[in-house]
Design a protein around this ligand. Structure first.
Ligand SMILES: C[S@@+](CC[C@H](N)C(=O)[O-])C[C@H]1O[C@@H](n2cnc3c(N)ncnc32)[C@H](O)[C@@H]1O
Length: 236
């Protein structure tokens, strides 16, 4: 059995009761360690779960061979920070499991995709989500434009194994190179799901490095007066 378990956004205690029961009963527990960042250490997770947790990188997960062969005769858990399906790669594992007739289950959790609701922006009014990569690219700017009146969530590149995370200020510099108007009011969120998340609403040109991670950037579209009022509470 392969269990894909979302462990939430913040720390060891964000796992669901159902998820924790599966972890405790597992033969092997892996942690997908390349699409996000928790606010606690691996040791803290292991202590709370009472299990060894093995961090794994993209090649291991996307290849899937070891996961599939173990899941054929053991209880294998793959932990995913946030929710299982808020990264592009994990649906492939369920398709692989189906093809190989391996039992699998999904245990969902909170994701950055819904935690951004704290800004006051209506989740139903978001357009296509985009990523801002470390390398040069105009894609994010084009998606912001194509979302027109809808809000745009920009996920920021990261390389957790090198402790490398993009600042929203760096993402904005990249957008400026593509032609983004620096007078646009944007929302920066850091460490959503924690006790003290940082949320800033100000003109793009005012965004400075925060040095707390992970961060995401939202380009608001057309604002309902209630959204505007909520955002003003985060004005700097
Ligand atoms: C692939 S995405 C989402 C991964 C995760 N599975 C989830 O459900 O949230 C990772 C990106 O989301 C954003 N992100 C993730 N967690 C965040 C948080 N707690 N606060 C702010 N942004 C976050 C960052 O831009 C990060 O690079």
């Amino acid at each position: 059995m392969l269990s894909l378990i979302g462990i939430g956004l913040n720390d060891e205690k964000d796992i669901t009761v159902k998820g924790l029961e599966k972890v405790k009963a597992a033969d092997y527990v892996y942690l997908e360690n390349y699409t996000s960042k928790l606010q606690c250490s691996l040791e803290t997770l292991e202590k709370f779960y009472g299990k060894a947790v093995v961090p794994v990188e993209r090649e291991f997960v996307e290849d899937g061979t070891i996961l599939m062969s173990q899941a054929g005769y053991q209880n294998i858990v793959l932990l995913i920070i946030g929710d299982v399906f808020s990264a592009t790669t994990h649906i492939a594992l369920t398709m692989m499991a189906k093809e190989k007739h391996i039992d699998f289950e999904i245990i969902n959790n909170a994701s950055v995709m819904n935690a951004i609701g704290i800004t006051g922006l209506e989740l139903y009014k978001f357009g296509k989500t985009t990523s801002i990569p470390f390398h040069e690219s105009n894609t994010a700017y084009d998606i912001i434009k194509s979302n027109k009146l809808l809000h745009t969530l920009c996920l920021l590149d990261l390389v957790p194994k090198e402790n490398k995370f993009m600042e929203a200020s760096e993402a904005i510099e990249k957008l400026e190179k593509s032609g983004f108007n620096m007078k646009t009011k944007v929302v920066v969120c850091a460490q959503l799901g924690s006790k003290n998340p940082t949320i800033l609403y100000t003109e793009a040109k005012n965004i400075k490095p925060l040095n707390i991670f992970p961060q995401c950037l939202i380009i608001p579209g057309d604002l309902h007066f209630i959204e505007k009022e909520a955002l003003e509470g985060y004005s700097k």
